[in-house]
Design a protein around this ligand. Sequence first.
Ligand code: ADP
Ligand code: MG
Length: 288
Amino acid sequence: ATPTSIMVGTGRAAELGVLFRKGDALQMLSQARVVAFDKTGTLTEGRPELASSTMAGGFDDAEVLRLVASAERGSAHPIARALERAAPAAPEPDSVETLPGAGLRAVVEGREVLVGNARLMAEAGIDDSPLADALGTAAARGQTPVLVAVDGRLAAALAVADRVKPDARRAVAALREAGVQVAMITGDTRATARAIADDLGIDHVEAEVRPEGKVDAIRHLRDRFGDVAFAGDGINDAPALAEAEVGLAIGTGTDVAIESADVVLSSGAVAGAVNALALSRAVMRNIR
Ligand code: ADP
Ligand code: MG
């Protein structure tokens, strides 16, 4: 690698909002066989909204949403912001235990409130089948199903919707055209992830991945396809960014993600990954 061509490459990169932080990132990226994206906040806006709520028998909409909003006050998860907005005047919870990759357990006005995914309910011994229709409909729409139990009884199925970024579909098509595999890694429900992947034209989906499992997902993709570039934005993406041959952090993402990355995409858009890949290949072609 001649210094001059790398300088030209990185100068052009800066114009495109791509910052190569590590010396070998250009070369590593040019060799990537698969580009994997985190879903929430990377492929999607990461600003989910409550789209619908379905109550189980005997539960009142406003009351359940108030308990949920209260429980979510202490959580940093994007879903929490959506659920908090559903009942702005919710009380301070008595206590909250966050369960990463699953949801949370809180006590609100003396009532035990469980909010989260199907695995959380299964582990608590709560049967969610009475709300299976609502859950299935939400997932088929690409919405995240959130289950609620109050005092050990199934109370509601909520559907949380997060828009895909406007340039995501085009970026995925461009990556496929460039000859790389495109994958998505998410903690979300398989059916939800599949619906979004289908919408975006993504073939490979690693879903229901626990926070500590993103590294394994990267290894799995590497075994199947070869060198992996992974793009993510969250605190829980940091180990996967470090594990991938090339970690690409979204510039609007968390500091932890940015520090773990080889490349920072300051445009914040998925198109940044396309630009970075094209640029890395152009530079490596020039200097060979
Ligand atoms: P992701 O980053 O893909 O959303 P997470 O590991 O953070 O994955 O969460 C996995 C799943 O756990 C979410 O899709 C959601 O169903 C559930 N979950 C996590 N945190 C919360 C929360 N604060 N409130 C409700 N559900 C949650
Ligand atoms: Mg994310």
